[in-house]
Design a protein around this ligand. Structure first.
Ligand code: 16G
Ligand code: ZN
Length: 533
């Protein structure tokens, strides 16, 4: 049977700008919004094809540029299980985005349909949402045009959401009628699921007090909504919540600002109370870092590594209590502080896996454990409970009240923690639950290990694709000799470690260095960066 071809002449309304090569990277497409509409149109076309290819499963599209400045925007495709787009399709996305003309695009689309044997009469189902950026509504129009062009895909606009909320909806819609339905596929369903699990974990405890910097982004109204469902079990103050003024988004605030600058976000009084817990979301609320001012008035960051170690230690104790024999592992990237890895392996005795940067890599590695904790140092991460492990806990023969309590807590945590992707709202509740149960203030949390001083630098290079890495980005294989030069430098520094990798989101090469003192870490970083000149 001849496969019918698809007519996408409306692509003429969204011409591709000349001279730009678009790439679907670790975070989807992300550029200045002025040049994005052709790409977002094509994302609409591709999302519809992906849905058809998978027999009509719901696919998500999120319009966001996360922690980037307000003029940027982006588009990311969410796969049916709520995870990131399959890698082979990233290449198709890049290919369609770079078609020079509408005719060229039509040819590439029809070739894809033919090569993948996609039945375009299968109904497609795509849902989408956006963060609070000013360019969002216009890009949504481009997306809708793309969806319509692709044989009128069925689509639903969810308006303003955090990125993890869209992931939740995709997974919930695709599991709606199955035995392991993920959740009620509405925004309300999301809040209720998290709030109910939180209340279950923390019945009868005093509310923990926290101040949240929402980066003036979409996390602000959404966390306020969540707190309403928590009915007094959390004592929240919101700062940088002006999401209705998109020019303020991520401006001197938010997770990326706080992590990169290692300082308080704007919007706080100079006189911040000591030992009080704060956190910062990023612009689309899929990242979170915590911080506080210690007794000496010093700023202390509790980043993704600290969240991972807190979660792993708590979960390990619970699992031991259950006697269920479930295994726990932690997944990190090369950016994880060496002290955190050392603490996990030597003190907690939890296996640690290192993967390349980018959530999809960590996510897949974490799926290999019964309970897989993954966090990037920048605060992006979650805890995955393997479906078999959950089933085992649900049917476990308990022999003591303590064992039953541990199992109930673990099961509630599997509902509390977003199973699709890192989620600032859900991670916030996870951390607060653990701190409440342990009766820890932020300093108690922070003292588990001391971060090794480190420095992150970036260098502009002529061609960053020259930098080829292996060993989860910790070793360069090209340019030749560079790695041995780095090794020679590193061995001169006590507790020295350094690596170089090309950024996946900016046209730069990043240099990370770690050593026993800040002066030495800075010096090592600078020396390694000189090797690149
Ligand atoms: C993307 C990744 C983030 C990673 C960052 C690294 C996702 C959803 N996001 O934002 O996890 O930390 O890239 O950026 O995977 P870099 O390659 O520029 O260092
Ligand atoms: Zn983000």
């Amino acid at each position: 049977m001849a496969i019918p071809s698809i007519d996408i002449s409306s692509a003429d309304n969204y011409p591709k700008p000349d001279g730009i090569k678009f790439g679907y990277g670790t975070a989807g497409f992300r550029y200045n919004a002025n040049i994005l509409s052709s790409t977002v149109f094509r994302v609409g076309v591709l999302a519809a094809l992906r849905s058809r290819y998978l027999g009509g499963k719901v696919i998500g599209v999120m319009i966001t540029a996360s922690h980037n400045p307000p003029p940027d925007n982006g588009a990311k495709i969410v796969d049916p299980a709520g995870d990131m787009l399959e890698e082979a399709w990233e290449t198709y996305a890049t290919d369609l985005a770079n078609a020079a003309t509408s005719q060229d695009l039509a040819d590439r689309v029809n070739e894809l349909i033919k090569n993948l044997n996609i039945d375009i009469s299968t109904p497609a189902n795509v849902i989408y949402a956006r963060d609070s950026r000013e360019s969002g509504p216009a890009l949504v129009k481009a997306l809708e045009a793309g969806l319509k062009a692709a044989h009128d895909a069925k689509s639903t606009d969810y308006g303003l959401l955090t990125t993890p909320q869209l992931h939740y909806l995709v997974k919930s819609l695709n599991t709606l009628k199955s035995a392991n339905s993920y959740g009620v596929p509405t925004e309300e369903g999301y809040y209720k699921k998290l709030a109910n699990a939180y209340k279950k974990v923390l019945s009868g405890s005093e509310p923990y007090s926290i101040t949240i910097d929402a980066a003036n982004g979409i996390g602000a109204p959404k966390v306020s909504e969540l707190v309403k469902h928590l009915e007094g079990t959390i004592d929240m103050t919101l700062i940088n919540g002006k999401y209705e003024d998109p020019s303020l988004l991520n401006s001197s605030c938010g997770a990326d600002y706080v992590k990169t600058n290692q300082r308080l976000p704007g919007g706080l009084d100079a006189d911040v109370p000591k030992l009080k817990l704060f956190c910062s979301f990023d612009g689309d609320a899929d990242r979170i870092v915590f911080f506080y001012i210690d007794e000496d008035g010093k700023f202390r960051l509790l980043d993704g590594d600290k969240i991972a170690t807190l979660a792993a230690s708590f979960l390990k104790d619970l699992v031991q209590e259950t006697n269920s024999g479930l295994n726990i592992g932690v997944v990190q990237t090369a950016y994880a502080n060496g002290s955190s890895t050392e603490y996990l392996e030597s003190v907690l005795k939890v296996p640690v896996v290192c993967t390349p940067t980018g959530v999809k890599h960590l996510h897949h590695a974490a799926q290999q454990f019964d309970i897989g904790v993954y966090f990037e140092a920048n605060g992006h991460g979650t805890v995955l409970f393997h479906p078999d492990a959950v089933a085992k806990l649900q049917t476990f023969q308990v022999s003591s009240p303590a064992q039953k309590a541990a199992i109930d807590t673990l099961l509630a945590l599997s509902d509390l923690v977003n199973q699709t992707v890192g989620d600032a709202l859900s991670d916030l509740l996870l951390v607060l639950a653990i701190l409440t149960i342990k009766r820890w203030n932020p300093a108690d949390w922070n003292q588990s290990y001391t971060d090794l001083p480190n420095r992150l630098l970036k260098a502009e290079v002529r061609d960053r694709t020259m930098f080829k890495v292996t060993n989860a980005e910790r070793t360069l294989v090209e340019p030749p000799l560079l790695q041995s030069q780095i090794d020679n430098l590193v061995q001169k520094y006590s507790q020295g470690r350094s690596f170089v990798r090309a950024s996946g989101t900016e046209n730069v090469v990043r240099i990370y260095a770690e050593a026993v003192t800040q002066t030495l870490a800075d010096e090592l970083g600078v020396k390694v960066s000189h090797l690149l000149e």
